[in-house]
Design a protein around this ligand. Structure first.
Ligand SMILES: [Zn+2]
Length: 327
């Protein structure tokens, strides 16, 4: 396909997805009920790629893990799929306008990008450790199926009225709001960064952009694996939106009770008190979000984070069915 071929020129060292979670799952099933849940270890020289549908998801889910990887001599790269600009309530609140214009939404996206840079800096990560793809907030799900290829016009954001990222944000030339273009950009980033660990939303996340982000990562990995069958990477999932996931005042962060922990069982990652303080400080950089839902953000600044490993998967887009939303 047009852009899939582009990836072939980018090399990755090794492919063959490792599924360490399979063994971990068997261990988890053998554990008696009172045994503490397994924990996530950070190997030395980890290269962590975080897939964030919107600015703030990376810090909410993994503000502690990113600090630890960085402090341990590893590298972190955060890929923001959207600028988080398709949020009418947020734009109304920020701009004090009842009916925001496309220009208001674009400005809001630029502000959220600035906040993301400040949040990453607060976590101690340098400014080269992130990539904004500027795909449409609230539109990723439609790109998994309806707006997949050049056979139809690109998706146009009902908020920003854009149908492609700004040229300055394009990884692959001529990228537009089409599913195959987003897959291609993610595959390109994986090829360039060569992560040893990838963190992406779970498909069960109830925000359609988060769910779609999982399928785009899976499709990109399928592409990478096709070209570099020896590549190995540890894939982890996080979840942000899941019913009324409890926000206890000061307890440990618990896994959603109605959601199984994938192949690994839920993995808890304990933060030091200093890491919690730093994570909280990073979240406060997201002032646009703090204005409208500070309680939600604060609920993630806990003494631990929770992750899971997926069962072995092979995702191929476009999908024949609706994966995450009505299309
Ligand atoms: Zn999000």
């Amino acid at each position: 396909m047009r852009k899939r071929a582009v990836f072939a020129v980018y090399t990755v060292a090794a492919i063959t997805l490792l599924w360490p979670g399979v063994d971990a799952s068997a261990r988890a099933r053998r554990q008696p009920a009172h045994t503490p849940p397994p924990t996530l270890e950070v190997p030395p020289e980890t290269r962590l790629l975080v897939i964030a549908p919107h600015p703030d998801d990376e810090t909410l889910a993994a503000g502690g893990l990113m600090q630890r990887v960085h402090e341990s001599g590893g590298h972190v790269n955060v890929v923001y799929l959207t600028d988080g600009d398709g949020y009418p309530e947020g734009v109304q609140s920020e701009g004090h306008v009842e009916s925001p214009s496309a220009s208001d939404y674009r400005g809001y996206g630029r502000q959220r990008r600035r906040e993301a840079r400040d949040a990453l800096a607060a976590l101690g990560l340098d400014r080269a450790s992130h990539t904004f793809l500027s795909f449409p907030d609230g539109g990723l799900c439609k790109l998994t199926r309806t707006y997949w290829s050049e056979r139809r016009t690109a998706f146009r954001s009902p908020y920003t009225r854009l149908d492609r990222p700004p040229k300055s944000e394009m990884i692959v030339p001529d990228t537009e709001y089409r599913g195959e273009d987003l897959t291609q950009e993610i595959a390109r980033i994986i090829g360039d960064f060569r992560p040893t660990m990838i963190l992406a939303p779970r498909k069960e996340d109830q925000h359609a952009d988060h769910c779609a982000a999982w399928f785009f990562l899976g499709d990109a990995l399928t592409d990478v694996r096709r070209v570099h069958p020896d590549y190995t990477v540890d894939v982890l999932n996080y979840i942000v939106h899941f019913y009324a996931w409890p926000f206890e005042e000061d307890g440990p962060r618990l896994e959603p009770p109605a959601l199984r922990g994938g192949a690994s069982g839920w993995l808890r990652f304990a933060l030091t008190p200093a890491e919690v303080r730093t994570k909280r400080a990073a979240l406060k950089k997201y002032s646009t979000q703090m204005h409208v839902m500070d309680w939600f953000l604060a609920g993630f600044a806990r003494r631990n984070e929770v992750f899971s490993r997926p069962s072995a998967f092979r995702v191929v887009l476009p999908s024949r069915r609706n994966l995450c939303c009505d299309q």
